[in-house]
Design a protein around this ligand. Structure first.
Ligand SMILES: Nc1ncnc2c1ncn2[C@@H]1O[C@H](COP(=O)(O)OP(=O)(O)OP(=O)(O)O)[C@@H](O)[C@H]1O
Length: 278
């Protein structure tokens, strides 16, 4: 026990020559960004469930919602009305449970209805603050939920952090999503972040009456993109009404049936992430 405490403390010791951001993130073993080519494909749902599942498995996890204009993570965990405290070490992330803490611009706004009307430099400075001034402490995983696309935020985060463990790319199977996901995969290559794999979300729906699978958005395109870019498909997750309801009710992860196709598929994603970081 005492050796654990010692090693945690030594991880957090400040070295005078080190940039503040490097010192602040030094206690974090694995930094994983979750990206998507286009909005609405389930990137935040995957980020939130991944963070919660890793926390359930006993890891100490931080979840950074870096979507400045559309932060949804606080609502997904039902903590949208909590405000982060500030202590001598910095801004204290909001605790969801003993193993999971989150930070989001949504937690700092006066009201959930307030829009963030900021141009690039203000957004960048907020993101820098999340990395430099949030007291993340010692973590096994920091999951970073990026805004969709390949713009300023993903670029700044990858450049600021520098040593990201890897990226997960979420997509739905229709052509419009796949066109932009190929851009995300190329983006990861350019910024030299290893792609842990792709998650195919909303991949068909099981008819509740006859159990037949209906491929609402088509099928086969994600496997093809994975083959073209030589990356793995970590999981293929169906449309599941419980998943949408759990996010809306602030009970992400908790309210999803353990024997559902979505949950079983998602566990394979979590297994693959654990395996990758090993
Ligand atoms: N497999 C699924 N089955 C049913 N609903 C889903 C599934 N995945 C995500 N959703 C729902 O779809 C909506 C969009 O998901 P989410 O917010 O995670 O997307 P996103 O890619 O993060 O969007 P954006 O980046 O534009 O904010 C949410 O209401 C979410 O609950």
């Amino acid at each position: 026990m005492s050796s654990n405490i010692q090693s945690s403390e030594s991880l957090l010791n400040t070295k005078p020559e080190e940039p503040k951001l490097v010192t602040n993130l030094r206690g974090i073993k694995n930094k994983i960004m979750v990206m998507s080519g286009k909005g609405g494909v389930g990137k935040s749902t995957v980020s939130a469930n991944l963070a919660a599942a890793l926390a359930d498995r006993g890891y100490s996890v931080g979840l950074l919602d870096s979507d400045i204009h559309g932060p949804t993570i606080p609502k997904m965990f039902g903590v949208e009305n909590e405000k982060p405290m500030v202590n001598e070490k910095g801004i204290v992330p909001v605790k969801v449970n003993d193993n999971l803490k989150i930070m989001s611009i949504g937690l700092l706004l006066d009201s959930n209805d307030s829009p963030v009307v900021w141009r690039g430099p203000a957004k960048m400075s907020a993101i820098k603050q999340f990395l430099e001034e949030v007291d993340w402490g010692v973590l096994d995983y920091l999951i970073i939920d990026l805004p969709p696309g390949t713009g300023d935020e993903p670029l700044s985060i990858s450049q600021l952090i520098g040593n990201l463990t890897g990226a997960i790319v979420v997509t739905t199977p229709q052509d419009v999503a796949l066109t932009s996901v190929r851009k995300s995969l190329n983006f990861a290559k350019i910024i030299k972040v290893p792609v842990i794999g792709m998650v195919e979300n909303m991949s068909g729906i099981v008819c509740p009456h006859c159990d037949e699978k209906i491929y609402v958005f088509g099928s086969g395109g994600v496997a093809k993109a994975a083959e073209d870019f030589d990356v793995k498909v970590l999981g293929t997750l169906p449309i599941e009404t419980e998943v949408a309801a759990a996010g809306d009710n602030g009970h992400v992860h908790i309210d999803i049936k353990r024997d559902s196709e979505w949950y079983i598929g998602f566990n394979k994603v979590v297994d693959a992430v654990e395996e990758f970081v090993k």
